[in-house]
Ligand binder design. Structure first.
Ligand code: MOS
Length: 763
């Protein structure tokens, strides 16, 4: 299958978007750094504590910030007494809406090329309260403890107004169609209701997923200072250039007056963007004339950094006698505030997953007075696959067909929503190899396997996440006369291995050793507006470096001149090799970078460029997939669920670094186990207050909850992606909820359609 896919990849390649219409040569490059399990180059700095995070940058004369949060969901601040706080030891400033500087609202994330804000509400500009947990005061003091204590001395009274805080009440008020990146979250193909009514076999059920809060281990933090009218921000960010631009809009200054850096991030998952804390810290620093460090408490993260919203999803599938889908309906409602643009897009997997004769997909929005939603690892797919892949399992049970077989009978040969051809799709191969490794064939009927009081079951589900490449990429390559290269791009390392994998890629592309390449990132002053999100950073960086390298090669060929073995060659004729350039089909025509630069009497050559727009996403349907296999043990007495085995078999194109990619897959699966079994924000529907804002009460998997997780992959390159690689960051969480739920059904005969699957639902 791999050989056939490679042949197909080569045949498809002439239509590639890439320069010269050829696929990236690294797609077929087998003996370089790409594909090697290189350990993280930032690893030693992290384990030795030498990597400074945003809340570890010491600045002269720095003050510590603490925040006070509103306790009502909607209304006005009636009174506020800060006198005791001002007299408390070490306190230098209490900032409220009365003395905060004038600031514009944050440009809302994904509404413009550089927008990064979580909401577009006024930030401490008036007495209005919009959600339970909104910051109403900021205290600056000489130590964190003094600041925390002083916030406890502030007395606030509120004039409450009627708020919509229950999902049911919000739905009763009427819903509106969801928009995701300005596109309606709606698909129609034929008459899905009629086809469902006529279908020989059908399932029709409602699945529910709760709110989830973000809990990266590194708390959200920023250390900020003003140098005149220039703002310097040490942030924990997955969007440095977006954040710099957005902060400039808030403070009414130029983009180049804001400098945001973020060299190390302790996890982001979609949450490390611009929220009110960076803005408030910068405002307080301006008032106090001192550098300010703000580090949210875990409660603070839950109060003022958005999460994944609640969903209620109906999935109805009608199939003919052979199990071929005649109707696929996936529709439902999510909760969102009016100051946000992130309706959890749970229909995305159904759009391209299955060949159904008819289709009807919808996401409706119900407005709730609450914190803004945000992206959380595989927004849409993480919870959408829970509903869709559970429903397919239910249909398989109803029809007595193996659930893998049922899925493969409905494999589409082109994108069911757009009609576009798939760039590369090897779902069948992922299932075949995964089933063999997992031992799927030994599966029993529901409730048939027991070990004492433990019921044992296995389940399967499809994982999926799209390929994205957002516009805005740009990179600079600086080649020096000793043959070393520096790559500069405003990209991010949140712990996923970006700097390591991209050093491998750049070294191969330039024909250099790993230690001759320096990859610089995490700095808004570097080229590009690159989001570490949507699992698209690898493609965005890859395409940017290709573009910069072509400019570099052109310049080098010019400098090499007529005395070089490279004389007369064009950019597309040569590639990087052994510390220089060589003709692709005649490597003896070679000159080293050192030789070219020394003959030209140059110390450095600098090339900067942006890649072409992401046309590949228009021409092709580009998606990664995985086959997720789970074995659970359910205690028949207590209802306790233990995941005993998990295997993810992925099809994500070429894997650039098997070591860092495996960690991404495993990390995603661990987060998926949390989604399946424990994560749940307890949102008090009377007050709109989050009741479990701590890791003591908001449960995530710990080591004892996680079995050995096996991961494997097809490694079949995608001819239309830079390096042949689609992203690996988010897909790991998808499909896990359904794989666990389907395994629980196989163990117990009980179908749980509400996440998380806690023991009370199994007794
Ligand atoms: Mo990811 S939720 O796009 O950081």
């Amino acid at each position: 299958a791999t050989q056939a896919a490679m042949t197909k990849a080569i045949q498809l390649a002439p239509d590639s978007w890439m320069p010269g219409g050829r696929p990236d040569p690294l797609i077929f490059h087998k003996h370089g750094h790409v594909g090697q399990p290189v350990s993280r180059i930032d690893g030693p700095l992290k384990v030795s504590g030498a990597a400074p995070f945003a809340a570890e940058i010491p600045l002269e004369g720095m003050a510590y910030a603490a925040l006070l949060f509103s306790t009502i969901p909607k209304g006005r601040i009636a009174s506020m007494d800060v006198s005791d706080a001002l007299l408390a030891p070490g306190v230098s400033l209490v900032m409220t809406h009365r003395n905060a500087p004038r600031m514009a609202t944050m440009p809302l994330f994904l509404t413009g090329a550089k927008a990064a804000g979580g909401d577009d509400l006024p930030i401490m500009q008036d007495d209005r309260i919009h959600w339970n947990g909104q910051p109403v005061a900021l205290v600056l003091a000489d130590t964190q403890e003094q600041a925390d204590h002083a916030t406890s001395l502030i007395r606030v009274t509120y004039q409450a107004e009627e708020a919509v805080t229950s999902f049911a009440a919000a739905k009763d008020n009427g819903t509106v169609p969801g928009l995701f990146m300005n596109q309606p979250l709606q698909s129609r193909n034929g008459d899905a209701d009629a086809a469902l009514a006529e279908a020989a076999h059908k399932v029709d059920a409602v699945y529910r997923t709760p709110r989830h809060n973000h809990n990266p281990i590194e708390l959200h933090a920023a250390t900020v200072m003003w140098q005149g009218d220039r703002l310097r921000v040490h942030d924990a960010s997955q969007a440095v250039a977006h954040t710099a631009w957005s902060l400039a809009q808030v403070f009414g200054i130029d983009e180049d007056q804001v400098h945001v850096t973020s060299p190390f991030v302790g996890g982001g998952f979609g949450s490390k963007t611009l929220w009110q804390h960076q803005v408030l810290a910068a405002a307080a620093s301006k008032l106090a004339g001192r550098p300010v460090r703000i580090m949210l408490s875990r409660e603070g993260v839950h109060r003022m950094v958005g999460g994944r919203t609640v969903t209620e999803q109906r999935v109805a599938i009608g199939a003919d006698a052979d199990g071929r889908f005649q109707s696929l309906i996936h529709s439902g409602t999510i909760a969102m505030t009016r100051h946000n643009m992130m309706p959890e897009p749970f229909i995305l997997p159904a759009r391209s997953g299955y060949a159904s004769r008819t289709m009807k997909l919808d996401v409706e929005v119900a407005y709730v007075d609450m914190i803004a939603n945000t992206f959380m690892r595989a927004p849409g797919e993480a919870v959408g696959t829970f509903a869709l892949e559970s429903a397919i399992d239910e249909l398989a049970v109803a029809m007595g067909i193996d659930p893998i077989e049922l899925r493969l009978r409905n494999e589409p040969d082109k994108d069911p929503s757009t009609g576009a051809p798939f760039s590369a799709r090897h779902v069948e191969e992922a299932y075949r190899s995964g089933a063999e490794r997992f031992g799927w064939s030994s599966r029993g009927a529901p409730g048939s396997r027991k070990d004492g009081e433990w019921l044992i079951g296995t389940g399967v589900a499809t994982a999926t996440y799209p390929y994205y490449r957002m516009p805005g990429g740009a990179a600079r390559i600086t080649l020096s006369k000793d043959g070393a290269a520096t790559i500069d791009i405003a990209a991010h390392e949140m712990g996923m291995g970006t700097s390591t994998a991209q050093t491998q890629v750049a070294a191969d592309r330039l024909g250099l050793a790993m230690d001759q390449v320096t990859f610089r990132y995490g700095d808004s002053s570097l080229p590009g507006v690159v989001l570490a999100g949507g699992s698209q950073q690898t493609a965005a960086i890859g395409a940017s470096v290709i573009a910069a390298q072509r400019v570099l090669v052109k310049e080098l060929l010019k400098l090499a001149g007529n005395d070089s073995p490279l004389a007369g060659l064009k950019v597309e004729d040569v590639g990087g090799r052994d510390g220089g350039l060589a003709k692709l089909d005649d490597p003896d025509r070679f000159e080293s970078y050192a030789s070219i630069l020394s003959r030209a009497r140059r110390d450095t050559v600098v090339a900067e460029a942006s890649p072409p727009p992401p046309l590949e996403m228009l021409h092709w349907s580009m998606h990664s997939h995985g086959a997720m296999f789970c074995e659970v043990r359910v205690n028949a007495v207590t209802g306790e669920v233990r995941v005993s085995r998990f295997l993810g078999s992925f099809d994500c194109g070429r894997i650039l670094n098997p070591k860092t990619a495996a960690s991404q897959f495993r990390g995603g699966i661990v987060m998926g186990l949390g989604l399946a079994l424990m994560e749940e924000t307890q949102f008090d529907e009377r007050s709109g207050r989050i009741m479990n804002p701590s890791l003591a009460e908001y449960h995530v998997p710990v080591h004892m909850d996680v079995p050995d997780i096996e991961v494997m992959w097809t490694d079949i390159p995608d001819p239309h992606a830079p390096m042949g690689a689609r992203g690996v960051g988010e897909i790991g969480i998808t499909g896990v909820g359904a794989a666990v739920a389907n395994a629980v059904f196989n163990a117990t005969g009980k179908r749980v359609r509400d996440l998380p699957i806690t023991l009370d639902k199994l007794l």
